[in-house]
Design a protein around this ligand. Structure first.
Ligand code: ADP
Length: 186
């Protein structure tokens, strides 16, 4: 399924983020930037050691990546040219600023992509795996944050793709995108 927001394609797909042939895929990383499970593990496995080497250089320079922020490396052996590593919040009940931190992770990733003039970007569902952010809530935040950035303009992004790992996750994002489209029509 896809939609258009101010001329940019917003697409939802079932698949594996490491297989996306786009300018940049986004990694659901952790603050150490030194690898982990889930999306992070898959990206480093498939992308090879060059990505971790660059992450280590970033750590040496700035000491990791705070929650809600993002950094960029090359894509190593991945089909994607770049990897944007962002850190979503760990869910701990919803009263510790998790919503805002999740929005910041999407916003800062997209900002980095647009600063580099990248035009196609693929996101996984940040924070909804090991970090246990409820996916119904996360999907609404992900889509409305990205749509808001796209509407604000000042970028060359032609496509933002959300790559969901299960049919269930895809269905949740699908419903969230329909809600967003309804709100836009009002
Ligand atoms: P976090 O630590 O931010 O929660 P995870 O990597 O644990 O990140 O999970 C984020 C989401 O990505 C989960 O919904 C998980 O099922 C999904 N996922 C795991 N591996 C992949 C992959 N290779 N491609 C796309 N999505 C994936």
């Amino acid at each position: 399924m896809d939609a258009r927001v101010s001329g940019t394609r917003l697409a939802l797909e079932l698949g594996d983020i490491t297989e996306q042939r786009v300018d940049a895929i986004v990694n659901a990383a952790n603050t150490t930037l030194l690898g982990g499970g889930g999306v992070d593990g898959a990206i480093h496995r498939r992308g090879g050691p060059a990505i971790l080497e660059e992450c280590k250089a970033i750590v040496a320079r700035q000491g990791g990546c705070p929650t809600g922020e993002a950094v960029i490396t090359t894509g190593g052996r991945l089909p994607a040219r770049f990897v944007i590593h962002t850190v979503g919040p760990v869910w701990s009940g919803g009263r510790r600023g998790e919503d805002d931190l999740l929005a910041a992770a999407y916003r800062n990733s997209l900002r980095l992509a647009s600063e580099r003039d990248l035009t196609t970007i693929a996101f996984p569902s940040i924070s909804t795996g090991a970090y246990r952010f409820p996916i119904e809530r996360a999907a609404g935040i992900a889509l409305s944050t990205v749509a808001g950035m796209l509407r604000a303009g000042g970028h060359h992004v032609a496509e933002v793709r959300f790559v969901l790992f299960t049919d269930y996750d895809l269905a949740v994002y699908h419903r969230a995108l329909e809600r967003l489209a309804q709100e836009e029509r009002r």
